[in-house]
Design a protein around this ligand. Structure first.
Ligand code: SAM
Length: 287
């Protein structure tokens, strides 16, 4: 199954298109993912191209076998290296030793991989091609990681039954960072794990806060919409007061509070001002 989309819109955004190749034994898995929301628009406007490849196409026996029993014994089956090698080689991506990994990369989805983060999504969004190998069963013959993939990536500390969900997570979080994909250019910066406010060109000094606030490695602040009262709970007064400076301050404090409460580990690398540090200090007794 392959989705090919080229359109004048990609030219409007610098003519750059990011191509994703996903190799899986369940190509049908991606149908729903590609047919809804932002991703569908990104494909139809030619900003991304997503090609799904059925691994069994690269098996040559009568039963289209892609797995075999593990050497050394034990439970389950392991994906064989030959069909995966053929699949990667069919994509026209350079062999691992000659690959320019700032432009194209081959990822093996694996629970044993390094953790996939927003920083990795940002790195991928600057590339021309990202190919992903989805494991199944007990995993993938280790020689695939050694000779074909540039990196093994995990989407979290849990075990999935296949790499397809991981590939979908990487595809979605990467493509939304491409210029032109989101309606509001700033949306992908003004959110959890986004860059610092100071680095963002759209934030005017003293002007109204654009939809949100540069996160600088923090989690996003809480959002509210109508009605102003819901089951006795009121929207924080500051948000309807019209004082932009106070709104900014409140949002920053809320982001700091949420990060301290839910993900204190992020504070270590967050871009914090002296006021941020003072505010966090004042919260220490609560968490
Ligand atoms: N035996 C493996 C282990 O204990 O690490 C688990 C294999 S898992 C059942 C099958 C496939 O799912 C893996 O080869 C990988 O492609 C995918 N997978 C499982 N957990 C994952 C995770 N956290 N992130 C990314 N891929 C994952």
């Amino acid at each position: 199954m392959s989705n090919v989309a080229t359109n004048a819109d990609s030219k409007e955004h610098g003519g750059r298109q990011l191509r994703f190749d996903i190799i899986s034994i369940f190509p049908g898995f991606f149908a729903g993912i590609l047919e809804n929301g932002v991703i569908t628009r990104a494909i139809s406007t030619g900003l991304i191209d997503v090609c799904i490849h059925d691994l069994r196409t690269f098996a040559h026996d009568r039963h289209r076998t892609v797995d075999d029993r593990p050497f050394g014994g034990g439970e389950g089956m392991v994906l064989k290296p030959e069909p995966l090698a053929e699949a990667i080689e069919s994509l026209g991506i350079a062999p691992k030793k000659d690959r320019d990994t700032s432009r194209e990369t081959v990822v093996l989805l694996s629970a044993q991989g390094r953790r996939f983060t927003q920083a990795t999504a940002r790195e991928f969004s600057g590339m021309a091609r990202v190919a992903m190998i989805c494991g199944r069963y007990e995993g993938v013959d280790e020689r695939v990681a050694e000779t074909l993939a540039d990196r093994e990536l995990s989407i979290g500390d849990y075990v999935l039954s296949g790499g397809e969900l991981g590939a979908a997570v990487i595809l979605d979080s990467t493509m939304r960072l491409l210029p032109g994909v989101l309606g509001n250019e700033a949306s992908s910066e003004f959110e959890s794990f986004g860059r610092a406010d100071g680095l963002l060109p759209t934030c005017e000094e003293g002007g109204p806060p654009s939809c949100t606030y540069g996160a600088g490695g923090l989690l996003d602040y809480p959002h509210y919409t109508r009605p102003a009262e819901f089951r006795g709970l009121l929207v924080p007064e500051v948000l309807s007061g019209g004082n932009h400076e106070q709104i900014r301050k409140w949002r920053r404090e809320q982001a700091l509070e949420k990060t301290l409460c839910n993900r204190p580990d992020l504070l270590e690398h967050a871009e914090l001002t002296p006021q941020d540090k003072k505010y966090l200090e004042s919260l220490k007794h609560r968490f």
